[in-house]
Design a protein around this ligand. Structure first.
Ligand code: NG6
Ligand code: CA
Length: 513
């Protein structure tokens, strides 16, 4: 071979190699995934979902620039089970521990269990949690003065910055990767959910020390003038500032994006609003005219605007899938006198839906649900039936892997706006009771217990007879069609028992007549 020919071949060969390397890189580029998860935000709490008394421009921008789901569900009407389903792709009623947890509860996700962040990690992602955890920590009695483990790091998060349970529960401190932030060795933290410590003022005994008054529950240790659930002693320097919590989590989420933008990342940004105690930063206090609940919704909307701005400024917005949703439906008085009821005015947190948090009626689990991916997802409104639990299998497909061994359904095309074929059916859960959505029909089996939870003033869906609704014609669930439609009732009851098992009344006695 002449030298000339050899040189030409060499050039051709190396350019081919460069091309194939480029092609390989192209196929392995993976979008960042961010789940922005609010706490107790209702279907009607956004101006893009019909609210007329509140403006949520930043969340609206996601809804208008992405897919707004009108039949998007949390798996449950309370926090822990919904978060369990979101992160594991499993129905929460399959895990007996997946119910509202005290701040001292052990971790309820098995460290050998599949999780969304683990799956992403295995596919080259960096993974992070910023915000509310509430899935338990440790494996027995937690010593908050040592590394608290297992926790989020052991179920798939490389980085975790979080509050253990809820804003109204002790311990009121932040943890980073198992360590309480700012803890001083000579002021150890002690937590007890049954007995108070000596000389620790409580909401019950010292109402004069409360800046926010409790209504039901929430009468234990007073921290920052707010009486909490559970007793806490020590850790003075480590205690969080409630009014700064939103800014604090936002900053952590922004810092994470800035320092991890070079490789694909998954960020679970679990915001605390509008859960109680509602403590807007002074910048937002009084801004909604609706009291603290409205103010913290405005605050959350602002945080989301700032966060999306960071994605844009860091040059990753067009390479990031954002999922926005809420862990359960709305509640007004969830245990504090904070004007949520008194100043509500014409606002309807649940929109047209019946019920609210804790309820098997629609407002318990049907929540705002948006997917947004600038430049990739075409804006539209989708009526497809989707659940947060489905993100696991769908995101697995997105990153080029398969995930079939969970209750999660691969609805990637639906989440991307390419299909309207959502789920055929879904079991929803509310405080250990379950119901079935199938097509446009919703069956709530008969359950014992009070129809109305008087403390929170929410109809929870208990009835001595089964309730059957056609949601397409009756979204407000005003007409029980069970007795006039026995065939439909039987069809749904059979399907429900097949999916849920005949022992669904284990915790509730069936009174089907
Ligand atoms: C309830 C609390 C409520 C809230 C809820 C959990 C009382 C009386 N009520 O037990 O205030 O903390 O638990 O909410 O204590 S969730 O969104 O985390 O599920
Ligand atoms: Ca919640």
């Amino acid at each position: 071979m002449s030298f000339g020919l050899f040189a030409i071949l060499l050039v051709l060969f190396s350019s081919c190699q460069v091309k194939s390397k480029e092609a390989k890189e192209e196929t392995t580029v993976k979008p960042n995934v961010v789940v922005i998860y609010l706490d107790d935000l209702g279907y009607g709490d956004l101006s893009s979902c019909g609210a007329t008394e509140l403006e949520t421009p930043n969340i609206d921008a996601l809804a208008k620039g992405g897919i707004k789901f009108t039949n998007g569900y949390a798996s449950s009407a309370t926090c822990t089970p919904s978060r369990y389903a979101l992160l594991t792709g499993m129905y929460p009623w399959k895990n007996k521990s997946a119910k509202i947890l005290p701040g001292t509860a052990p971790l309820i996700i098995g460290t050998d269990q599949k999780t969304l962040p683990k799956m992403l990690k295995a596919n080259g992602y960096q993974t992070a949690l910023v915000g509310k955890w509430h899935l338990g920590l440790g494996s027995g009695l937690v010593n908050w003065n040592e590394k608290v483990t297992p926790g989020p790091n052991e179920v798939g998060f490389d980085y975790a910055y979080y509050m253990a349970a809820t804003q109204d529960r002790v311990p009121t401190v932040y943890l980073q990767d198992g360590h309480v932030e700012g803890l001083e060795a000579d002021d150890p933290i002690e937590i007890d959910y049954k007995n108070n410590f000596e000389r620790q003022p409580t909401g019950l005994e010292n109402p004069e020390l409360c800046e926010m008054m409790w209504h039901h529950g929430h009468n234990s240790t007073i921290i920052n003038g707010i009486p909490r659930i559970g007793y806490m002693k020590g850790g003075e320097k480590a205690r969080w500032s409630d009014v700064d919590m939103a800014d604090h989590f936002l900053l952590k989420a922004q810092e994470y994006v800035k320092s991890h933008k070079e490789q694909p990342f998954f960020l679970y940004y679990a915001m605390q609003q509008p859960h109680v105690p509602r403590t807007p930063h002074p910048r937002f206090a009084g801004k909604s005219g609706m009291g603290p609940r409205g103010d913290v919704i405005l605050e959350a909307d602002w945080c989301i605007g700032e966060f999306v701005k960071t994605l844009e400024e860091e040059g990753v917005l067009e390479n990031t899938l954002i999922v926005f949703s809420s862990d359960n439906g709305p509640v007004l008085n969830d245990g504090y006198n904070d004007d949520a009821v008194e100043k509500l005015g014409k606002h309807k947190p649940a929109g047209e839906l019946r019920g609210g948090k804790y309820s098997l009626f629609e407002a318990g689990t049907r929540v705002p649900f948006i997917t947004y991916w600038k430049g990739t997802i075409e804006p539209k409104v989708s009526d497809a039936l989707v659940c947060q639990m489905d993100l696991f299998a769908s995101i697995a497909t997105l990153v080029g892997t398969e995930e079939q061994s969970t209750d999660s359904k691969d609805l990637l095309d639906v989440f991307m706006g390419k299909s309207e074929s959502g789920r055929e059916s879904l079991i929803i859960e509310a405080t250990t009771r379950t119901a079935l959505r199938k097509g446009n029909w919703l069956l709530i089996p008969a359950y014992k217990g009070k129809a109305l939870n008087k403390q929170v003033n929410i109809e929870v869906g208990n009835s001595p007879v089964p309730l059957l609704y056609n949601l397409k014609e009756d979204i407000a669930q005003q007409h029980n069609l069970a007795s006039e439609n026995p065939d439909k009732l039987k069809e749904l009851m059979d399907a429900f028992i097949e999916l849920r098992g005949a022992d669904y009344t284990k915790t509730q006695k069936l009174e089907l007549k």
